[in-house]
Design a protein around this ligand. Structure first.
Ligand code: NAD
Length: 414
Protein backbone atom coordinates (compact mmCIF):
# COMPACT_ATOMS: atom_id res chain seq x y z
CA UNK A 1 0.00 0.00 0.00
CA UNK A 2 1.18 3.53 -0.67
CA UNK A 3 1.46 5.84 2.37
CA UNK A 4 -1.61 7.71 1.08
CA UNK A 5 -3.65 4.47 0.86
CA UNK A 6 -2.59 3.72 4.44
CA UNK A 7 -3.54 7.20 5.68
CA UNK A 8 -6.95 7.07 3.91
CA UNK A 9 -7.74 3.62 5.29
CA UNK A 10 -6.87 4.80 8.81
CA UNK A 11 -9.22 7.79 8.47
CA UNK A 12 -12.01 5.53 7.25
CA UNK A 13 -11.63 3.18 10.25
CA UNK A 14 -11.66 6.03 12.79
CA UNK A 15 -14.43 7.98 11.01
CA UNK A 16 -16.71 4.91 11.10
CA UNK A 17 -16.16 4.59 14.86
CA UNK A 18 -16.83 8.31 15.38
CA UNK A 19 -19.87 8.23 13.05
CA UNK A 20 -18.70 11.43 11.41
CA UNK A 21 -20.73 13.53 9.01
CA UNK A 22 -20.02 12.27 5.43
CA UNK A 23 -19.32 15.82 4.20
CA UNK A 24 -16.70 16.33 6.88
CA UNK A 25 -15.19 12.92 6.03
CA UNK A 26 -14.90 13.95 2.41
CA UNK A 27 -13.19 17.19 3.46
CA UNK A 28 -10.57 15.49 5.64
CA UNK A 29 -9.66 12.88 3.05
CA UNK A 30 -8.69 15.73 0.68
CA UNK A 31 -5.82 18.13 1.20
CA UNK A 32 -6.59 21.86 1.40
CA UNK A 33 -3.79 23.21 -0.79
CA UNK A 34 -0.97 21.65 -2.84
CA UNK A 35 1.95 23.25 -4.61
CA UNK A 36 4.27 21.39 -6.99
CA UNK A 37 7.38 23.22 -8.13
CA UNK A 38 10.03 22.34 -10.70
CA UNK A 39 13.06 24.51 -10.19
CA UNK A 40 16.63 24.79 -11.52
CA UNK A 41 19.73 24.54 -9.33
CA UNK A 42 23.29 25.32 -10.34
CA UNK A 43 25.45 22.27 -9.51
CA UNK A 44 29.16 22.30 -8.60
CA UNK A 45 30.27 21.15 -12.08
CA UNK A 46 28.51 24.15 -13.67
CA UNK A 47 25.53 22.16 -14.97
CA UNK A 48 21.90 22.98 -14.21
CA UNK A 49 19.69 20.34 -12.65
CA UNK A 50 15.92 20.65 -12.35
CA UNK A 51 14.39 19.37 -9.08
CA UNK A 52 10.76 18.71 -8.18
CA UNK A 53 9.48 19.83 -4.78
CA UNK A 54 6.16 19.84 -2.95
CA UNK A 55 4.41 21.70 -0.16
CA UNK A 56 1.02 20.38 0.90
CA UNK A 57 -1.34 21.80 3.52
CA UNK A 58 -3.83 19.18 4.62
CA UNK A 59 -5.99 20.97 7.17
CA UNK A 60 -5.67 24.32 8.99
CA UNK A 61 -8.89 24.25 11.02
CA UNK A 62 -7.08 24.22 14.37
CA UNK A 63 -4.19 26.54 13.44
CA UNK A 64 -1.42 27.23 10.92
CA UNK A 65 0.03 24.33 8.95
CA UNK A 66 2.94 22.49 10.54
CA UNK A 67 5.14 19.78 9.12
CA UNK A 68 8.63 18.85 8.07
CA UNK A 69 10.51 18.99 4.79
CA UNK A 70 11.99 15.73 3.50
CA UNK A 71 14.87 15.31 1.03
CA UNK A 72 14.73 11.80 -0.45
CA UNK A 73 14.73 10.19 -3.93
CA UNK A 74 11.30 8.58 -3.27
CA UNK A 75 9.46 11.78 -2.28
CA UNK A 76 6.29 12.19 -4.35
CA UNK A 77 2.97 14.03 -4.08
CA UNK A 78 1.06 11.12 -2.52
CA UNK A 79 3.69 10.55 0.15
CA UNK A 80 3.69 14.26 1.06
CA UNK A 81 -0.14 14.24 1.18
CA UNK A 82 -0.11 11.29 3.60
CA UNK A 83 2.56 12.87 5.79
CA UNK A 84 0.58 16.17 5.86
CA UNK A 85 -2.57 14.29 6.90
CA UNK A 86 -0.75 12.53 9.74
CA UNK A 87 0.54 15.94 10.93
CA UNK A 88 -3.06 17.20 11.29
CA UNK A 89 -4.03 14.28 13.54
CA UNK A 90 -0.74 14.40 15.46
CA UNK A 91 -1.05 18.08 16.43
CA UNK A 92 -4.63 17.40 17.53
CA UNK A 93 -3.66 14.30 19.59
CA UNK A 94 -1.24 16.36 21.68
CA UNK A 95 -3.75 19.23 21.56
CA UNK A 96 -1.52 21.98 20.21
CA UNK A 97 -3.01 24.68 17.95
CA UNK A 98 -1.54 23.62 14.61
CA UNK A 99 -2.93 22.13 11.44
CA UNK A 100 -1.10 19.63 9.24
CA UNK A 101 1.30 20.25 6.35
CA UNK A 102 4.37 18.65 4.82
CA UNK A 103 6.92 19.24 2.10
CA UNK A 104 9.73 17.56 0.29
CA UNK A 105 12.14 17.62 -2.60
CA UNK A 106 12.81 14.58 -4.76
CA UNK A 107 16.60 14.38 -4.62
CA UNK A 108 19.49 12.24 -3.40
CA UNK A 109 21.01 14.45 -0.70
CA UNK A 110 23.79 11.92 0.00
CA UNK A 111 25.23 12.52 -3.46
CA UNK A 112 25.08 16.33 -3.23
CA UNK A 113 27.68 18.74 -1.87
CA UNK A 114 26.86 21.19 0.92
CA UNK A 115 26.83 24.02 -1.61
CA UNK A 116 24.40 22.17 -3.88
CA UNK A 117 22.14 21.41 -0.91
CA UNK A 118 22.21 25.07 0.09
CA UNK A 119 21.42 26.24 -3.47
CA UNK A 120 18.56 23.73 -3.73
CA UNK A 121 17.15 24.68 -0.32
CA UNK A 122 17.24 28.41 -1.02
CA UNK A 123 15.59 28.10 -4.42
CA UNK A 124 12.95 25.68 -3.06
CA UNK A 125 12.21 28.14 -0.23
CA UNK A 126 11.77 30.94 -2.73
CA UNK A 127 9.40 28.75 -4.79
CA UNK A 128 7.16 27.90 -1.80
CA UNK A 129 7.51 31.27 0.00
CA UNK A 130 3.96 32.25 -0.96
CA UNK A 131 2.63 29.37 1.12
CA UNK A 132 4.78 29.45 4.26
CA UNK A 133 5.14 31.95 7.11
CA UNK A 134 4.77 32.08 10.90
CA UNK A 135 0.97 32.56 10.70
CA UNK A 136 0.45 30.32 7.68
CA UNK A 137 2.60 27.22 7.57
CA UNK A 138 5.79 26.46 9.48
CA UNK A 139 8.21 23.82 8.11
CA UNK A 140 10.65 21.79 10.25
CA UNK A 141 13.26 19.06 9.68
CA UNK A 142 12.32 15.56 8.50
CA UNK A 143 14.29 12.76 6.80
CA UNK A 144 17.68 14.04 5.56
CA UNK A 145 17.04 17.66 6.53
CA UNK A 146 18.47 19.23 9.69
CA UNK A 147 18.97 22.50 11.63
CA UNK A 148 21.38 23.82 8.94
CA UNK A 149 18.70 23.36 6.26
CA UNK A 150 16.23 25.20 8.52
CA UNK A 151 18.77 28.05 8.90
CA UNK A 152 18.97 28.42 5.08
CA UNK A 153 15.16 28.44 4.82
CA UNK A 154 14.89 31.04 7.58
CA UNK A 155 17.57 33.21 5.95
CA UNK A 156 16.05 33.00 2.45
CA UNK A 157 12.55 33.79 3.71
CA UNK A 158 13.95 36.69 5.79
CA UNK A 159 15.75 38.10 2.72
CA UNK A 160 12.45 38.07 0.83
CA UNK A 161 10.67 39.90 3.66
CA UNK A 162 13.48 42.33 4.41
CA UNK A 163 13.70 41.50 8.11
CA UNK A 164 14.50 38.44 10.25
CA UNK A 165 11.55 36.07 10.51
CA UNK A 166 12.53 33.49 13.12
CA UNK A 167 9.08 31.94 13.37
CA UNK A 168 8.95 30.74 9.73
CA UNK A 169 10.61 27.40 10.59
CA UNK A 170 11.27 25.34 13.70
CA UNK A 171 14.15 22.99 14.41
CA UNK A 172 16.55 25.89 13.78
CA UNK A 173 20.02 26.15 15.33
CA UNK A 174 19.92 27.71 18.83
CA UNK A 175 21.85 30.74 17.55
CA UNK A 176 18.95 31.61 15.20
CA UNK A 177 16.05 31.30 17.63
CA UNK A 178 15.96 27.52 17.84
CA UNK A 179 14.61 26.03 21.04
CA UNK A 180 16.51 24.12 23.66
CA UNK A 181 15.31 20.54 23.59
CA UNK A 182 13.97 20.58 20.01
CA UNK A 183 16.71 18.36 18.61
CA UNK A 184 16.03 15.71 21.27
CA UNK A 185 12.24 16.20 21.37
CA UNK A 186 11.00 13.48 19.00
CA UNK A 187 13.31 10.78 20.36
CA UNK A 188 12.48 11.79 23.91
CA UNK A 189 8.74 11.64 23.21
CA UNK A 190 9.15 8.16 21.73
CA UNK A 191 10.99 7.08 24.89
CA UNK A 192 8.43 8.64 27.27
CA UNK A 193 5.44 7.02 25.53
CA UNK A 194 7.20 3.63 25.26
CA UNK A 195 7.98 3.86 28.98
CA UNK A 196 4.30 4.57 29.72
CA UNK A 197 3.37 1.53 27.61
CA UNK A 198 5.85 -0.64 29.55
CA UNK A 199 4.32 0.59 32.86
CA UNK A 200 0.91 -0.29 31.48
CA UNK A 201 2.11 -3.81 30.61
CA UNK A 202 3.83 -4.07 33.98
CA UNK A 203 7.45 -4.44 33.01
CA UNK A 204 10.35 -2.11 33.85
CA UNK A 205 12.33 -0.19 31.24
CA UNK A 206 15.48 -1.12 33.10
CA UNK A 207 16.81 -4.27 31.46
CA UNK A 208 14.17 -4.18 28.65
CA UNK A 209 15.55 -5.31 25.26
CA UNK A 210 15.09 -2.55 22.68
CA UNK A 211 15.53 -2.63 18.89
CA UNK A 212 15.69 0.63 16.91
CA UNK A 213 15.38 0.85 13.12
CA UNK A 214 17.04 4.04 11.83
CA UNK A 215 19.56 6.00 13.86
CA UNK A 216 18.98 9.55 12.71
CA UNK A 217 17.40 12.35 14.69
CA UNK A 218 14.54 10.20 15.96
CA UNK A 219 16.05 6.70 16.28
CA UNK A 220 19.50 7.80 17.44
CA UNK A 221 18.15 10.05 20.20
CA UNK A 222 15.51 7.50 21.29
CA UNK A 223 18.26 4.83 21.56
CA UNK A 224 20.25 7.16 23.81
CA UNK A 225 17.25 7.73 26.12
CA UNK A 226 16.58 3.97 26.39
CA UNK A 227 20.27 3.36 27.08
CA UNK A 228 20.40 6.06 29.77
CA UNK A 229 17.33 4.54 31.46
CA UNK A 230 19.09 1.16 31.78
CA UNK A 231 17.39 -0.61 28.85
CA UNK A 232 19.53 -2.85 26.61
CA UNK A 233 19.59 -1.63 23.02
CA UNK A 234 20.29 -4.96 21.30
CA UNK A 235 19.79 -3.85 17.68
CA UNK A 236 20.09 -0.64 15.67
CA UNK A 237 20.27 0.12 11.94
CA UNK A 238 20.68 2.69 9.22
CA UNK A 239 19.76 2.55 5.52
CA UNK A 240 22.60 0.10 4.82
CA UNK A 241 21.73 -2.46 7.53
CA UNK A 242 22.04 -3.05 11.25
CA UNK A 243 24.09 -4.27 14.19
CA UNK A 244 22.89 -6.83 16.74
CA UNK A 245 24.26 -7.93 20.09
CA UNK A 246 21.91 -9.84 22.39
CA UNK A 247 23.89 -8.63 25.41
CA UNK A 248 23.33 -4.99 24.41
CA UNK A 249 25.23 -2.64 22.10
CA UNK A 250 27.44 0.21 23.24
CA UNK A 251 25.01 2.88 21.97
CA UNK A 252 27.32 5.88 22.23
CA UNK A 253 30.12 4.01 20.44
CA UNK A 254 27.81 2.92 17.61
CA UNK A 255 26.33 6.42 17.16
CA UNK A 256 29.75 8.03 17.34
CA UNK A 257 30.95 5.67 14.59
CA UNK A 258 27.92 6.60 12.46
CA UNK A 259 28.68 10.30 12.95
CA UNK A 260 32.39 10.01 12.15
CA UNK A 261 32.46 7.36 9.42
CA UNK A 262 28.80 7.19 8.23
CA UNK A 263 28.68 3.52 9.23
CA UNK A 264 27.53 1.54 12.26
CA UNK A 265 30.27 -1.09 12.35
CA UNK A 266 32.55 0.08 15.14
CA UNK A 267 36.05 -1.40 15.45
CA UNK A 268 35.40 -2.25 19.11
CA UNK A 269 32.02 -3.94 18.55
CA UNK A 270 32.97 -7.34 19.95
CA UNK A 271 30.11 -9.85 20.01
CA UNK A 272 27.98 -7.77 17.62
CA UNK A 273 26.72 -9.19 14.32
CA UNK A 274 25.72 -7.42 11.13
CA UNK A 275 22.07 -7.98 10.17
CA UNK A 276 19.71 -6.69 7.52
CA UNK A 277 16.89 -4.24 8.25
CA UNK A 278 14.39 -7.06 7.61
CA UNK A 279 16.07 -9.31 10.20
CA UNK A 280 16.32 -6.43 12.66
CA UNK A 281 12.54 -5.91 12.72
CA UNK A 282 11.99 -9.59 13.57
CA UNK A 283 14.45 -9.74 16.49
CA UNK A 284 13.21 -11.13 19.81
CA UNK A 285 12.87 -8.00 21.95
CA UNK A 286 10.56 -6.14 24.35
CA UNK A 287 10.31 -2.82 22.52
CA UNK A 288 10.65 -2.26 18.77
CA UNK A 289 11.13 1.32 17.59
CA UNK A 290 10.81 1.71 13.79
CA UNK A 291 12.33 5.16 13.16
CA UNK A 292 13.13 5.26 9.46
CA UNK A 293 10.51 5.26 6.70
CA UNK A 294 6.95 4.14 5.87
CA UNK A 295 5.77 0.61 5.08
CA UNK A 296 8.26 -1.37 7.16
CA UNK A 297 5.79 -3.62 9.03
CA UNK A 298 3.33 -5.14 6.58
CA UNK A 299 1.20 -8.29 6.25
CA UNK A 300 4.40 -10.02 5.11
CA UNK A 301 6.35 -9.70 8.35
CA UNK A 302 3.73 -8.77 11.01
CA UNK A 303 3.40 -12.42 12.13
CA UNK A 304 7.16 -12.61 12.66
CA UNK A 305 7.43 -9.55 14.90
CA UNK A 306 8.38 -10.68 18.42
CA UNK A 307 8.27 -7.37 20.32
CA UNK A 308 5.78 -6.78 23.16
CA UNK A 309 5.55 -3.06 22.32
CA UNK A 310 6.01 -1.18 19.05
CA UNK A 311 6.68 2.55 19.51
CA UNK A 312 6.57 4.20 16.10
CA UNK A 313 9.27 6.85 15.80
CA UNK A 314 8.73 6.99 12.03
CA UNK A 315 5.57 8.19 10.33
CA UNK A 316 3.51 5.41 8.79
CA UNK A 317 5.84 2.42 9.34
CA UNK A 318 2.91 -0.02 9.76
CA UNK A 319 0.16 -0.85 7.26
CA UNK A 320 -3.49 -1.39 8.31
CA UNK A 321 -3.28 -5.15 7.49
CA UNK A 322 -0.24 -5.43 9.74
CA UNK A 323 -2.07 -3.44 12.46
CA UNK A 324 -4.82 -6.04 12.52
CA UNK A 325 -2.35 -8.93 12.76
CA UNK A 326 -0.34 -7.22 15.51
CA UNK A 327 -3.49 -6.38 17.48
CA UNK A 328 -4.73 -9.99 17.25
CA UNK A 329 -1.33 -11.17 18.46
CA UNK A 330 -1.55 -8.87 21.51
CA UNK A 331 1.35 -6.61 20.53
CA UNK A 332 0.88 -3.21 22.13
CA UNK A 333 1.15 -0.35 19.62
CA UNK A 334 2.16 3.22 20.44
CA UNK A 335 1.13 4.72 17.07
CA UNK A 336 3.17 7.35 15.20
CA UNK A 337 0.73 10.23 15.75
CA UNK A 338 1.25 9.75 19.49
CA UNK A 339 4.76 8.30 19.84
CA UNK A 340 6.59 10.79 17.62
CA UNK A 341 4.50 13.87 18.55
CA UNK A 342 7.29 15.16 20.82
CA UNK A 343 8.84 16.87 17.78
CA UNK A 344 5.80 18.92 16.85
CA UNK A 345 5.22 19.69 20.53
CA UNK A 346 8.63 21.30 21.05
CA UNK A 347 8.32 22.89 17.59
CA UNK A 348 5.23 24.56 19.03
CA UNK A 349 7.30 25.73 22.03
CA UNK A 350 9.93 27.08 19.62
CA UNK A 351 7.30 28.97 17.60
CA UNK A 352 5.75 30.44 20.76
CA UNK A 353 9.18 31.59 21.98
CA UNK A 354 9.90 33.15 18.55
CA UNK A 355 6.57 35.00 18.44
CA UNK A 356 6.97 36.29 22.00
CA UNK A 357 10.71 36.90 21.64
CA UNK A 358 11.22 34.97 24.87
CA UNK A 359 13.56 32.11 25.77
CA UNK A 360 12.48 29.19 27.95
CA UNK A 361 15.02 27.12 29.84
CA UNK A 362 15.71 23.44 29.22
CA UNK A 363 13.96 22.25 32.37
CA UNK A 364 10.77 24.14 31.51
CA UNK A 365 10.74 22.62 28.01
CA UNK A 366 11.54 19.11 29.17
CA UNK A 367 8.87 19.20 31.91
CA UNK A 368 6.19 20.57 29.59
CA UNK A 369 7.04 18.00 26.91
CA UNK A 370 6.96 15.07 29.35
CA UNK A 371 3.63 16.27 30.79
CA UNK A 372 2.04 16.57 27.34
CA UNK A 373 3.32 13.17 26.16
CA UNK A 374 2.12 11.40 29.33
CA UNK A 375 -1.26 13.13 29.26
CA UNK A 376 -1.76 12.25 25.58
CA UNK A 377 -0.79 8.62 26.22
CA UNK A 378 -3.38 8.37 29.01
CA UNK A 379 -6.07 10.01 26.82
CA UNK A 380 -5.43 7.59 23.95
CA UNK A 381 -5.27 4.56 26.23
CA UNK A 382 -8.56 5.46 27.89
CA UNK A 383 -10.34 5.76 24.50
CA UNK A 384 -8.82 2.42 23.51
CA UNK A 385 -10.18 0.80 26.68
CA UNK A 386 -13.56 2.54 26.69
CA UNK A 387 -14.34 1.95 23.00
CA UNK A 388 -12.50 -1.39 22.80
CA UNK A 389 -10.35 -0.33 19.85
CA UNK A 390 -6.63 -0.68 19.19
CA UNK A 391 -4.31 2.19 20.16
CA UNK A 392 -3.95 3.53 16.60
CA UNK A 393 -7.70 3.76 16.11
CA UNK A 394 -7.99 5.40 19.56
CA UNK A 395 -5.33 7.99 18.68
CA UNK A 396 -7.02 8.71 15.34
CA UNK A 397 -10.39 9.02 17.07
CA UNK A 398 -8.90 11.56 19.50
CA UNK A 399 -7.14 13.55 16.77
CA UNK A 400 -9.87 13.45 14.12
CA UNK A 401 -12.54 14.03 16.77
CA UNK A 402 -10.79 17.25 17.88
CA UNK A 403 -10.53 18.48 14.28
CA UNK A 404 -14.24 17.65 13.74
CA UNK A 405 -15.19 19.58 16.89
CA UNK A 406 -13.16 22.62 15.77
CA UNK A 407 -14.75 22.46 12.31
CA UNK A 408 -18.24 22.37 13.83
CA UNK A 409 -17.51 25.48 15.88
CA UNK A 410 -16.01 27.38 12.95
CA UNK A 411 -18.73 26.33 10.50
CA UNK A 412 -18.37 26.40 6.73
CA UNK A 413 -17.51 29.73 5.06
CA UNK A 414 -19.49 31.64 3.75
P1 NAD B 1 16.98 11.34 9.72
O1 NAD B 1 17.30 11.74 8.34
O2 NAD B 1 17.62 12.06 10.84
O3 NAD B 1 17.29 9.77 9.92
C1 NAD B 1 16.74 8.79 9.09
C2 NAD B 1 17.35 7.46 9.48
O4 NAD B 1 16.72 6.42 8.76
C3 NAD B 1 18.85 7.37 9.15
O5 NAD B 1 19.52 6.68 10.19
C4 NAD B 1 18.86 6.54 7.86
O6 NAD B 1 20.08 5.83 7.69
C5 NAD B 1 17.69 5.61 8.13
N1 NAD B 1 17.13 5.05 6.92
C6 NAD B 1 16.86 5.66 5.74
N2 NAD B 1 16.35 4.79 4.86
C7 NAD B 1 16.26 3.60 5.50
C8 NAD B 1 15.81 2.32 5.13
N3 NAD B 1 15.35 2.09 3.90
N4 NAD B 1 15.85 1.33 6.06
C9 NAD B 1 16.33 1.57 7.30
N5 NAD B 1 16.78 2.77 7.70
C10 NAD B 1 16.75 3.76 6.81
O7 NAD B 1 15.38 11.39 9.83
P2 NAD B 1 14.50 11.51 11.14
O8 NAD B 1 14.21 12.94 11.36
O9 NAD B 1 15.11 10.70 12.21
O10 NAD B 1 13.14 10.85 10.64
C11 NAD B 1 12.90 9.44 10.73
C12 NAD B 1 11.41 9.19 10.73
O11 NAD B 1 10.82 9.89 11.84
C13 NAD B 1 10.65 9.67 9.51
O12 NAD B 1 9.56 8.81 9.28
C14 NAD B 1 10.12 11.04 9.93
O13 NAD B 1 9.01 11.45 9.18
C15 NAD B 1 9.76 10.74 11.36
N6 NAD B 1 9.66 11.91 12.24
C16 NAD B 1 10.68 12.79 12.38
C17 NAD B 1 10.54 13.86 13.26
C18 NAD B 1 11.65 14.83 13.52
O14 NAD B 1 11.50 15.69 14.41
N7 NAD B 1 12.77 14.75 12.86
C19 NAD B 1 9.33 14.05 13.96
C20 NAD B 1 8.31 13.12 13.78
C21 NAD B 1 8.48 12.05 12.93
Amino acid sequence: MSPLDVAMKQVQIAADKLRLDPGFCEKITQTKRELIVHFPVKMDDGSIKVFTGYRVQHNMTRGPGKGGIRYHPDVDLDEVRALAMWMTWKAAVVNIPFGGAKGGVQCDPKSMSVRELENMTRRFTWEIAMMIGPDQDIPAPDVYTNPQVMAWIMDTYSMLKGYSVHGVVTGKPLELGGSLGRFEATGKGVFVTAQEAAHHLNFPIEGARVVVQGCGNVGGIAAQYFDKAGAKVIGISDSKGGMYNRKGLNVSEVLDCKKRYSCLITPGAKGADEITNEELLELDCDILVPSALENQITHKNARKIKAKIIAEGANGPTTPEADEILHDRGIFMVPDILANAGGVTVSYFEWVQNLQELLWNEEEISDRLTRIMKRSFVEVLSISQKDKVDMRTAALMLGIGRVAEAQKLRGIYP
